[in-house]
Design a binder for this molecule. Structure first.
Ligand code: DQA
Length: 146
């Protein structure tokens, strides 16, 4: 069974109560249920969240070691973490799909959110569609894997 790692960075564990006007009222559990509902047979959803940069990097190594496609919402790390960028590059350099996702559209927000240090090493980027950003990423992975 191929697992699709759905990795979420800092403060995304507070979805539901965190800035609902920006991120909506759904929780990570709601997101997990929605993704599991769309996962085709033979693919499991492994959704995780951490506030810890080192843990997130370790999960990207795990993706490489287990040849798992990744949906990554790096949250605020998006904008400045070169360490996370280098780990994300390991995933795509291994020939694996890594889709960067954002619930909001960072380009429509504060200036500091307009830069992503991750995008250049991602397979693709989907942003601005709420939880549907993740569902669209899952669809993209399913299409690529066939
Ligand atoms: C986010 C956008 C980031 O700018 C922010 O720091 C987040 C969430 C999004 O999903 O819209 O934590 O990645």
């Amino acid at each position: 069974m191929v697992s699709i790692l759905v990795l979420n960075g800092p403060n995304l564990g507070r979805l539901g109560s965190r800035e609902p006007d920006v991120y909506g009222s759904g929780t990570l559990d709601d997101l997990r249920i929605a993704l599991e509902g769309e996962a085709p047979a033979g693919r499991a959803i492994d959704l995780r969240q951490t506030n810890d940069e080192a843990e997130l990097i370790g999960w990207l190594y795990e993706a490489v070691d287990t040849a798992s496609p990744v949906i990554l919402n790096p949250a605020a790390f998006t904008h400045y973490s070169y360490a996370l960028r280098d780990a994300a590059a390991l995933v795509t350099q291994a020939g694996l799909i890594l889709v960067e996702v954002h619930i909001s559209n960072p380009h429509a927000r504060e200036q500091f959110r307009h830069t992503s240090v991750i995008s250049a090493v991602a397979t693709g980027v989907i942003a601005g569609f709420g939880f549907d950003s993740y569902l669209l990423a899952l669809d993209a992975i399913n299409r690529k894997l066939g």
